[in-house]
Design a protein around this ligand. Structure first.
Ligand code: ADE
Ligand code: ZN
Length: 340
């Protein structure tokens, strides 16, 4: 089948996105517009100059620029505009369900009220449901480069909005900030009845994935591509049905892999891991979800069957109800049978 046709096929399959940071969807054009509206001067003279800075050798180089960009978000309307722009992409790319991360501390540390952040994001999510039928949930992530005490304080503040959250996660610099640093916090998260997820095995070793599972009791791993370095861990992920939210273009841009052909997605699928495809921070990594599906299809020589499996996995690994999952799995099956 010609690439064009495979691209059309990818566009047509309904998909869930389980790993996207709303702050990472901040396109330079919108950043400049909001900077102007808020009377903030950016370090870069133009959109082109800012885009040129998007060359990263590792996760930390990206995070430094990403946190700087977030400084432009001040008013509730800013968070609304940011979120609705991402949701328009979802509508256009047939993402019918999204589980969205945001970083409360990135904003509260700058004096922005948690309520401002959450209201802006949630109003956009509600509008996307009403206008386009896109379902969603929110997952606040704690910044692992800050202290556990700071995260606990943030968690306690977030409890005021608890009914809006599907769970809590852990992101930011993995190296030097292992899961063990947040054991007490995640005990609280689990005791309060929330789902727990964590970034692990992105830049850090497979041991971080073990620790996220055993110490933090997470039920889904974000990234986790370095799990392939540990065969026993792969068996554990299958046995415990722990999904991985893989982010191909992110892994390439942050040099987790040197080339897309090195992404161990085939190994994960061959080992029956519930691997999914996600965009992570699409404004910084050069593509939204369909570009990520296309990039792996091309580099790893995957076809319609694997695209279907990955889309199915995205629903199976989601926090949707069993009934919703079955509805989307049936829709995908119909697309596949109509195709052949
Ligand atoms: N925050 C935003 N994107 C991230 C990533 N890929 N890893 C860790 N923290 C992040
Ligand atoms: Zn991420």
């Amino acid at each position: 089948m010609k690439v064009n046709t495979l691209n059309d096929f990818i566009n047509r399959i309904p998909k869930a996105e389980l790993h996207v940071h709303i702050e990472g969807t901040f396109e330079p054009e919108l950043m400049f517009a909001l900077a102007k509206r808020n009377d903030i001067t950016l370090k870069y003279a133009s959109v082109e100059e800012l885009r040129k800075a998007y060359r990263f050798n590792n996760l930390q180089e990206f995070l430094d620029i990403y946190y700087e960009g977030a400084n432009v978000l001040i008013q509730e309307q800013d968070f609304y505009d940011l979120t609705i722009a991402y949701l328009e992409k979802c509508r256009d790319e047939n993402v019918v369900h999204t589980e969205m991360f945001f970083d409360p501390q990135t904003h509260t540390h700058r004096g922005i009220a948690l309520e401002t952040v959450i209201s802006g994001i949630q109003n956009a999510l509600d509008d996307a449901k009403k206008n386009w039928g896109i379902t969603s949930c929110l997952i606040p992530n704690f910044l692992r480069h800050l202290s556990e005490d700071d995260a606990i304080k943030t968690f306690n503040e977030a409890l005021e909005f608890r009914e809006l959250f599907a769970g809590f996660g852990l992101d930011s610099s993995e190296l030097g900030h292992p899961p063990a640093k947040f054991e007490r916090l995640f005990r609280m998260v689990n005791d309060e009845g929330f789902r727990a997820v964590a970034h692990a095995g992105e830049e850090g070793p497979a041991q971080n994935v073990w620790d996220a599972l055993q110490l933090l009791k997470v039920i889904r791993i974000d990234h986790g591509v370095r799990s392939v370095e540990d065969e026993v861990l792969l068996k554990e992920l299958v046995q415990k049905q722990i999904p991985l939210t893989v982010c191909p273009l992110s892994n390439l841009k942050l040099k987790v892999v040197q080339k897309m052909e090195d992404l161990p997605l085939k190994t994960l699928l061959e080992n029956n891991i519930l691997a999914t495809i996600n965009s992570d921070d699409p404004a910084y990594f050069g593509g939204y979800i369909n570009d990520n599906y296309k990039a792996v299809a091309e580099a790893l020589d995957l076809g319609e069957k694997e695209m279907i499996t990955l889309a199915e996995n995205s629903f199976k690994a989601s926090f949707l109800s069993q009934q919703e999952k079955e509805k989307w799995l049936k829709t995908i099956e119909k697309i596949y049978t109509d195709f052949y």
